[in-house]
Design a protein around this ligand. Structure first.
Ligand code: BGC
Length: 767
């Protein structure tokens, strides 16, 4: 039996619209390929008007995006992740009485997500209006072992009756995307993206194939229902809606069990989606459900083995942190056709686009716990490098590549370029992730085949964007991470990631220069030795804004000239500000949506003195709204870095519980996956003081006063390391792989087996 720390549960399932849609996201099932929101199989009252949703990562349609003024190069078509065929419906009738949570009496109900088993379960004891009582148990799983597969195990236990039972299991190809015209974070154009082409029953399986309106992609879903009791079965087809009906006899005290298998296949991955769906269904069906569950558990056991964080003495936060890590493995794309959307596969927020969230918040977790998955994500960026080159040309750059700010298939999707396409730092973020992956794995083959090309092409773009002025390299008219300050000169974050990008482009050139295949690559890219000198010169002379008076790094050249706006004077109901104030009003104030310079201090901590970082922290803390969910975690880890453990803890708590408490009020549109990566960052990079640098790995753990201890895991160059931080000591063990050097509190050790290191005497904050 799972302990409560591995199970997230609610009792007495709330039935109001707000909670139902919130729980659709919180309890969704996903495996990186498919994602299915948690819908009640039997449906909702009509007035609830929910869109039942399931998605395929990377499966998209194009949507026209009309610009009011059609200036050159503005994006006029975006990609949208699609809601695909609904395979969730199961309706139950007992002597003609339909089961519904909204009729009769729910005597008890419980909904839980088991993070060891990888399933969501609903258990309900229900009395029908005519007094028939039953216990319903529904188990849902998106299989990690077979990515196309989603299963529902539906069990009915008649408690006080015997009689006629009718079960209708639906498979509906007539689906629409969810839209919200009032929220800029959602799609607003109601459009039919998927047109069903065929719906057929073949050997007891229903198949629906649909085609997208503009991208020309197809998806095929196949459903097979198995009722274990004796029954009569019939299929009905109504348009593109297939219904499988079972009639059976209920016997008091005897369970009725339906198993519903659904597989989804698309033509991005397979030539023939229908054929593949047939194969996938045969594969799924060949394995008994118990074995599918076993494989799910094994997959997760291996996952936890690599990444588990255990917090002693704080079960609630321990579970919240585990919940975050669980959602990360649900969200991450498992092949090169996709990446990680900010909402994972739990909702339509941001239309399934990929942002810098992947490289800067989520990959730092996978890179040091499961680097193969990071490699897939980088492969995805490499696969879209040509489109990034195309994007650079649209923006007027003759050489290099500019990755789109938001995208699915590689083309820019930003509707509003000041806080979209202008975020050139995405190039530096991707370069940063390529380097981090290399530092953690020393995977030279990847660097030679793909990584180096990405580094050089992104570096070239900085040379195209910036210019020398009075001996310094300036990058003008870009937007940094903070979306409340747009189109500025010399955004500190952007300049510092550009500097890193340029430096590493040169380093990798030197590293690969004599390797096989280098000349061919150089010729392919028309790469010149002189370019390296230019990169180096720009990096060495990068202009990094610094204010002598405040002794901080200003966010950009004009930031400190702007009017201040005391956050405390803004009414609570005006947050997030983006929904209540004109963008220009926000741009003219010293107000931040999220960590920007503070983020730069985290990733490039060696660029500034402790004093500057400390001053910056306090300066920006006062003016940051955290209207973006990407913010708390960075403040947490920088507070820890700067010796403010209590503050770090407070921000960490906000991070860990952000979705579970629906702090941003929009979890219903999808969980916040970058923040969940941030949860790992806050513990491991924050409290644990972990860093991955060219010189190697280091830790400098502090222990928040609220905890008795904690432990975390790291993978480095093929070795797995476990760190336990206790009140007195850190115990560092090599769980597998070769001995590794590790720096602990500034002193280097060789970790062969175990190290016991006393924690330095405690600072005032670390109590
Ligand atoms: C944030 C971006 C982020 C995006 C997707 C926005 O609110 O400002 O930094 O990439 O959400 O999570």
């Amino acid at each position: 039996m799972a302990t409560t720390e591995t199970v997230y549960e609610i009792n007495d399932i709330p039935l109001d619209e707000y909670h139902i849609s919130l729980n659709e996201a919180l309890f969704h099932n996903a495996n990186g390929y498919i994602g299915v929101r948690y819908n009640f199989e039997e449906g909702y009252p009509q007035e609830y008007n929910f869109v039942r949703s399931q998605y395929i990562n990377g499966f998209y349609d194009f949507t026209p995006m009309k610009q009011a003024e059609n200036l050159y190069g503005l994006v006029n078509e975006k990609q949208t992740m699609l809601n695909i065929a609904d395979t969730q419906a199961i309706k139950l009738f007992i002597d003609n009485e339909p089961f519904s949570m909204f009729s009769g009496t729910v005597l008890s109900s419980r909904l839980w997500l088991d993070m060891d088993k990888g399933i969501t379960v609903r258990k309900v004891v229900w009395r029908s209006p005519q007094g028939k009582e039953l216990e319903l148990t529904v188990t849902r799983m998106a299989s990690f072992d077979q990515l196309s597969l989603f299963t529902i195990e539906y069990e009915v236990l008649p408690l006080n009756f015997s009689g006629e039972v009718l079960i209708e299991s639906g498979h509906n190809g007539e689906v629409l995307n969810y839209v919200d015209p009032d929220d800029p974070r959602m799609a607003c154009e109601p459009m039919q993206h998927l047109t069903p082409l065929m719906c057929e029953i073949k050997e007891g399986e229903s198949y629906i194939t649909s085609v997208t309106s503009r991208s020309g992609l197809e998806v095929c879903s196949c459903v097979k229902n198995i009722l274990l009791q004796e029954h009569r079965q019939e299929f009905l087809i109504n348009g593109y809606h297939a219904i499988c009906q079972f009639e059976t006899e209920a016997i008091q005290g005897e369970k009725i069990k339906l198993i519903k298998y659904a597989v989804f296949c698309d033509t991005i991955r397979y030539e023939n989606a229908k054929k593949q769906a047939e194969l996938e269904m045969a594969k799924a069906f060949a394995v008994p459900l118990v074995d599918l569950y076993k494989k799910q558990e094994e997959y997760l056991a291996a996952y936890w083995e690599n990444c588990l964080i255990q917090i002693d003495g704080d079960p609630e936060l321990n579970r919240a942190t585990r919940y975050s890590l669980y959602q990360l493995i649900q969200a991450i794309g498992k092949d090169r056709y996709c990446n990680i959307a900010p909402k994972g596969l739990s909702g339509d927020g941001y239309e399934g686009h990929y942002f810098w969230d992947s490289e800067m918040y989520i990959q730092p977790f996978f890179t040091v716990t499961n680097p193969t998955l990071t490699r897939n994500l980088l492969e995805n960026r490499y696969a879209t490098l040509d489109l990034a080159r195309e994007n650079a040309r649209i923006l007027g750059h003759r050489r290099g590549a500019l990755y789109p700010w938001r995208t699915i298939m590689g083309r820019e999707c930003s509707g509003y370029f000041p806080s979209g396409s202008a975020q050139y730092h995405i190039n530096g973020d991707i370069a940063y992730a390529v380097v981090a992956y290399y530092l953690a794995t020393k995977d030279l083959a990847f660097m030679q085949e793909k990584g180096a090309e990405m580094l050089w092409e992104t570096a070239r773009l900085w040379m195209e964007t910036g210019n020398f002025y009075e001996g310094k390299f300036h990058i003008n008219d870009v937007t940094g991470p903070d979306e409340y300050t747009c189109i500025v000169n010399n955004n500190y974050y952007t300049n510092i990631v550009a500097q890193y990008n340029l430096r590493w482009a040169v380093k990798i050139y030197q590293l690969l220069k004599t390797s096989a295949g280098f000349d061919a690559l150089k010729a392919k890219l028309d790469l010149k030795e002189e370019e390296m000198a230019d990169f180096q010169k720009a990096a060495d002379n990068m202009y990094l804004p610094y204010d002598e008076k405040l002794k901080i790094n200003p966010q950009d050249d004009s930031f400190l000239q702007k009017r201040k706006w005391d956050l405390a004077t803004i009414p609570k109901n005006k947050f997030p500000l983006l929904l209540h104030y004109h963008p220009l009003h926000l741009y003219r104030h010293q107000i931040c949506k999220q960590a920007d310079t503070i983020m730069a201090h985290f990733i490039m901590e060696d660029a500034q003195s402790e004093e500057t970082m400390f001053n910056s922290f306090h300066y920006y803390e006062k003016i940051t709204t955290h209207d973006s969910s990407l913010s708390y975690c960075i403040f947490s880890l920088m507070a820890a870095r700067l010796g403010m453990a209590d503050k770090a803890y407070a921000y960490y708590e906000l991070t860990a519980k952000l979705d579970l408490t629906d702090r941003h009020g929009n979890t219903a549109n999808g969980i916040h996956v970058a923040n969940m990566g941030g949860n790992y960052l806050a513990v491991v990079y924050g409290f644990g003081g972990f860093r991955l640098k060219e010189q190697g790995i280091s830790i400098a753990p502090i222990l928040p006063g609220q905890w008795a201890g904690y432990c975390f895991k790291l993978s480095f160059e093929g070795s797995r390391i476990r760190v336990h931080v206790g009140k007195e000591q850190c115990v560092i063990s090599l769980e597998n792989g070769d001995a590794k050097k590790i720096t602990v509190y500034g002193k280097e050790y060789l970790l062969k087996d175990m190290l016991f290191i006393d924690r330095p005497s405690l600072s005032a904050d670390d109590k």
